[in-house]
Design a protein around this ligand. Structure first.
Ligand SMILES: NC(=O)c1ccc[n+]([C@@H]2O[C@H](COP(=O)([O-])OP(=O)(O)OC[C@H]3O[C@@H](n4cnc5c(N)ncnc54)[C@H](OP(=O)(O)O)[C@@H]3O)[C@@H](O)[C@H]2O)c1
Length: 379
């Protein structure tokens, strides 16, 4: 396992951090659901036994069951071996007192006295202004002073300007951003990552595989990989690109089973900062263009555009449309869109009120794109 310097904090963190959000769920006998701990516990412990020292969870993951499962996995001496990160459910906080309430609940769920990295979850312009005005900075100062948290951090989903605004608004110990070779100019952007680096703020990466999309190369991308002299899997190319950036602290990957965990353990053993050659960088530029040429609409699934007054699930329509085109699947009459039609959330329900377009950070002409998507996917 490669270890990386964590900005100004003076600690070393494994290049691979286990993101716990995607572990499978099971139904319990009483009808409630839970994380399948027959998967999560062995995977988390195996990762730690093989050098991982960073574990990421959140209050809301897995229908609020994730932290409990992580707490169980970290029993038997594993807690002491890792930096544990979890997140304040920003959008569930309506008062300053709510923040204390959630933190205490999280400490109990995680069976620990101190959370190493405590993140204000999923900040964007709106959620930041709300939580800032509720007093989150004073809350973080107090939680640090009391020893309940070690490092105050935030995770982020918005654009570069908002990222700079937030990162300059408090003495943050860490920032977590969505970053991968497709998001160089999207979300916090490469420029934002470098800005944090200059300030000495370590950056944790999420969605390095775009939630799994970059693990499955479409044909035109696979051709580019196949033509390159060095053979690597799409997953390794994606992680290699991220690790190449010196400002990156650790890369979270939401592994779902032991095979993915083992694969990533091996990959992160080979990925270092500054490792990519000029030829490799050129390859990634071509891969990015190839992906873009197979992308119908640049929706990032941020969901700013919903709820739609007529309940069109706009991000889902665009995700299905993009995926079908990306992988050359049958556009007309496919199952995913058929189900949306049956449920009444499909693109034809658009009333063209335009409320969504003003909210879209990608400035997508949503109403026209919905019409196009519907005509291409409807039987
Ligand atoms: N703070 C926030 O707002 C926020 C938002 C998103 C995520 N996160 C955190 O960041 C973590 C990482 O994000 P992410 O889960 O989106 O990461 P990711 O690495 O982009 O996506 C994980 C998915 O990639 C696929 N994958 C991973 N390793 C693979 C391998 N070796 N071979 C093939 N496929 C592989 C799996 O997809 P399949 O399931 O299709 O196999 C897995 O579910 C999350 O788990 C969560 O802890 C935080």
């Amino acid at each position: 396992m490669q270890y990386r310097k964590f900005g100004k904090l003076g600690i070393e963190v494994s290049a691979f951090g286990v993101g716990c959000m995607r572990f499978p769920m099971i139904k319990l006998e009483d009808g409630t659901d839970a994380v399948d701990e027959s998967v999560s516990t062995p995977v988390i412990r195996h990762a730690i036994d093989n050098g991982v020292n960073y574990i990421d969870t959140a209050y809301v993951y897995s229908n609020q069951k994730n932290e409990t499962a992580v707490g169980h996995a970290l029993r038997d001496g594993y807690r002491e071996k890792v930096y544990l990160a979890t997140k304040l459910p920003t959008w569930m906080c309506n008062t300053r007192e709510d923040m204390d309430k959630y933190l205490d609940e999280q400490l109990a769920r995680l069976e620990t006295d101190c959370i190493d990295f405590y993140l204000v979850h999923a900040l964007n312009k709106g959620t930041w202004e709300k939580i800032r005005d509720l007093g989150v900075r004073e809350f973080l100062d107090k939680a640090k002073a009391s020893g309940k948290i070690r490092y105050a951090s935030f995770s982020f989903h918005d654009n570069y300007d908002t990222f700079i605004d937030i990162i300059d608004s408090y003495d943050w110990d860490m920032a977590q951003i969505q970053f991968n070779y497709m998001d160089v100019d999207n979300q916090a952007t490469l420029k934002g990552l470098q800005y944090a680096g200059k300030k000495g703020i370590p950056v944790v990466i999420m969605e390095g595989l775009l939630g799994g999309k970059l693990a499955k190369a479409p044909a035109n991308v696979q051709e580019l990989y196949d033509a390159f002299p060095e053979k690597r899997s799409p997953v390794e190319w994606a992680f290699r690109y991220i690790c190449n950036q010196p400002e990156v602290g650790t890369v979270l990957s939401g592994v779902v089973d032991m095979a993915q965990c083992d694969d990533n353990l091996a990959i992160f053993d080979r990925c270092e900062s500054g490792i990519m050659t000029a030829e490799e960088e050129e390859l990634i530029v071509k891969v990015r263009e190839a992906y873009k040429s197979r992308t119908k609409v640049g929706c990032t699934g941020c969901r700013y555009c919903v709820p739609c007054p007529n309940e069109v699930d706009i991000p889902k329509v665009f995700r299905i449309w993009n995926d079908l085109f990306l992988y050359d699947s049958k556009l007309k009459g496919n199952g995913g869109y058929k189900r949306m039609i049956a449920e009444g959330h499909d693109a034809s329900k658009c009333l063209e009120c335009g409320a969504c377009e003003g909210a879209c950070p990608q400035h997508i002409g949503i109403m026209d794109m919905l019409k196009q998507a519907d005509s291409e996917m409807r039987e």
